[in-house]
Design a binder for this molecule. Sequence first.
Ligand SMILES: [Ca+2]
Ligand SMILES: [Ca+2]
Length: 467
Amino acid sequence: MLPARAVAVGPDTTFIVLAPQGHSTAKAAARVAAAGGVVVATYDQIGVLVARSTNPAFQTAVAGAGVDSVASTTGLGAAVDDDTTVEVVDSAAQQATGDPTGEPLFSRQWDMTQIHVPQAHTVTTGSPNVVVGVLDSGISSTHPDLVTQIAKDKSASCIGGVADTTEAAWNPTTSDHGTHVAGTIAAAVNGVGVAGVAPGVKVASVKVVNDDGFIYPEAAVCGYLWAAEHGMQITNNSYFIDPWEFNCRNDERQRPVWIAVQRALRYSQGMGVLTVASAGNSNVDLQHKFVDSGSPNDGSFPVEDRTITGACLDLPAEAPGVVTVSAVGPTRLKSYYSSYGQGVVDVTAPGGDTRFRTGGAVSTSTDAVLSTTFNTVTKTNGWGYKQGTSMAGPHAAGVAALALSAHPDLTPAALATTLERTAEALPCPAGVYNPVPALSGYEATCTGGDRNGFYGAGEVDAYNAVR
Ligand SMILES: [Ca+2]
Ligand SMILES: [Ca+2]
């Protein structure tokens, strides 16, 4: 048999081709071929094609009946918020106790104590029927704390917009971000290393971060659909899609991409997936942002200031039905880096704050979040500290997974409500909050009452969510 798809020669460009809402992609696919392009992925459920072409006139050539719009995704890669491992620790193996507090490194897991994970585990550690999709940089499938926790049959790489289920494809290559996230959600209680929030559930690696640290729209669309169609009830999205962060629906160049991602998110919600997203590490008030001076951020276009209008939404954090998570440190105050915003942040969770104890002078790595790591240079598994809203999101996703295990009939909307209702309200700090007085740029003002811009409905609580 001949290969199903030809490989274009030369520096090809990736395009998102939209069929009109509710229509098949058949006509659009024919137009792609006629325009000298190759369809690499067909998402008929949402009327989206991913195509590649070397034809410089592809975009105009493909326009016509059956095609709503088309856009190149060049320049629209979103950078994952960088979370470097600040300290690596060793773990001795010991007899598994079945109690998370018996894990060798549990005494360093202030985050699990803070959200009452040990108490929650007296009720449930999670159901293996619950699968949390980790849309990230891959998960190390050889990690001793994760090897039993991964739904391998549901894992895939979505790099390039096409699902690749080979195990190597969804393992980490240049970043262990996803490995750290997966450990927070579901590291095993096995007498080695750390305990996750929900060690009884499964995680699936859905690799959407490329080797340069960027998430392209075609990978995000593929990831949302993969998760939806492989039985995942929750996805964790530890990134902010920055070029879309302040993208506007009236931006003609980016509009088709914005719509494709919206369609993918809506589709996944319709299929019963709760999307958990981190708020970002820029200490930005997401409710009151006016000028985006940071995107696109993959270096392909000059950075330009653009005035933001009310037509703009953040994706995925501000998409409807998405649970957006800010970060707190061990004192349960907003982490110095965490973005915030009334009406945007839904809940908060431990993401670490390495500077609050020191006033910003010297970081204290033990105030970050300890989880599973993978050294991509030496190819070795381990444990280490990272901080970021990327570390907060998986605590919320893990608590959602426990809540769903305890109450399997919850719809995504009801699960989101449960997460908020069982959160512990945290009050706004008075006045201008600045946890790092020695450094400038970390001032922030919290607005609202029981539900506020720093913490949303409050800090997620694993025990409240399951009892
Ligand atoms: Ca463990
Ligand atoms: Ca929300």
